[in-house]
Design a protein. Structure first.
Lengths: 231, 144
């Protein structure tokens, strides 16, 4: 008979307690960002990202750019957040700032009912030429899908932090025009047969090319180059 | 036939070094703001940019560094302290890896090969440390 090894039980119990704490922190870390996180800091980062790039309505970049890259996005979708945080900086530097590509965001409802609020808010911010900045701000404080993080509070805090005209923004958000813009995006998304967000569609002299999901930087470069056509 | 204490400690050290390599790689890539190379599946960026990649502001990759360093210490420490530390750290590692894997599958909807590899290493570490906990205590010896 080996003597009882009390330390084994002690080590396992202590370990399970630590796991409990870690998982608790991991979950609550999620919900603290789901109550808006640091919207102001997110707004500053988003503003810095787009500094010096022209925005007009839903369009980002030089209006005369030969290639138009349209992104169908849902602000609740984690892959769209990934595209915004990981891919957009590359697109901006390589294609948008030099004037080759202009980006258009077409927000829609894909994940769930809360997505409507984000989509409408993005359209409304477009009325003040900050659609991309608002979307980027909200991605940075994105919570779990359909957890309720995307609410009026986070949207209006983001709008305020970006210096939008609150009254005009609220008015535009509640407008039928914004709602029908989102519906139009939805219809266009269906019409091209897309069934994932984000979906990117590039249009240029080389034709029309699309890709679903989050491409790699090289994949996006390829998309743009094919839309550019032979040079 | 249970492997000897010495063999188990060498295995634990090997697992710890492999885990340290993964955690170090992910920490460096994260600090540099780069996406990790993602050999299988391609979900690494999604996972690493998700909010589950940090806990209370601390990147999970750092936790991995600490855990594998502690496992290495446990492998180097002879006797009860090494056994207890190893079992404790490996149990925490497996428990937390199980949560993270659940989060990848059910909450983030993306799998990251590096994270799964780390979860597998932690599982091996738990098996090794459990065997070591059950192995007969080595006779005290004067040589190291």
């Amino acid at each position: 008979m080996s003597r009882p090894r009390a330390w084994i039980a002690a080590a396992i119990v202590a370990a399970l307690a630590v796991v409990g704490v870690l998982v608790g922190l991991s979950v609550s870390g999620g919900s603290s960002s789901s109550t808006g996180g640091d919207v102001t800091a997110a707004a500053h980062k988003a503003t810095a990202l787009f500094a010096g790039v022209p925005q007009r309505n839903a369009t980002l970049g030089r209006p005369s750019a030969p290639v138009t890259l349209t992104e169908y996005a849902d602000l609740q979708c984690p892959a769209c957040r990934e595209a915004a945080l990981q891919r957009l900086p590359h697109l901006l530097q390589r294609w948008v700032r030099p004037g080759t590509v202009r980006l258009i965001i077409r927000p829609l409802v894909f994940i769930g009912p809360d997505s409507e609020l984000g989509a409408v808010a993005t359209v409304a911010a477009g009325g003040q030429d900050k659609a991309w900045t608002l979307a980027d701000t909200l991605y940075r404080v994105q919570g779990e899908e359909n957890s309720g993080w995307l609410d009026h509070t986070v949207v209006s805090r983001a709008a305020r932090a970006l210096g939008l005209d609150s009254a005009a923004f609220a008015h535009a958000s509640a407008s039928r025009a914004a709602e029908s813009a989102v519906r139009a995006n939805q219809s266009a998304f269906m019409a091209i047969g897309a069934n994932a967000t984000p979906t990117f569609v590039a249009r240029g002299p080389g034709g029309l090319k699309g890709v679903e999901g989050v491409p790699t930087n090289a994949g996006l470069d390829d998309l743009v180059q094919r839309a550019l056509g032979p040079t | 036939m249970t492997p000897s204490e010495g063999a188990l400690r060498r295995w634990l050290a090997a697992v710890a070094v492999a885990g340290l390599a993964i955690a170090l790689y992910l920490t460096v890539e994260r600090a540099a703001g780069r996406a990790p190379a993602c050999p299988i599946g391609g979900g690494c960026e999604t996972v690493q940019s998700s909010r589950y990649a940090e806990i209370a502001g601390v990147p999970v990759a750092w936790l991995g560094l600490v855990a594998y360093a502690a496992l290495l210490v446990a492998a180097l420490l002879p006797g009860l302290p090494g056994r207890a530390l190893g079992l404790f750290v490996a149990t925490v590692g497996v428990g937390f890896s199980a949560w993270l894997t659940y989060a990848e599958v059910s909450l983030i909807h993306a799998l990251c090969a590096w994270c799964l590899a780390s979860a597998a290493l932690m599982t091996i570490a738990l098996v090794v440390t459990a065997l070591r906990a059950g192995a007969p205590e080595p006779a005290p010896s004067l040589s190291s």
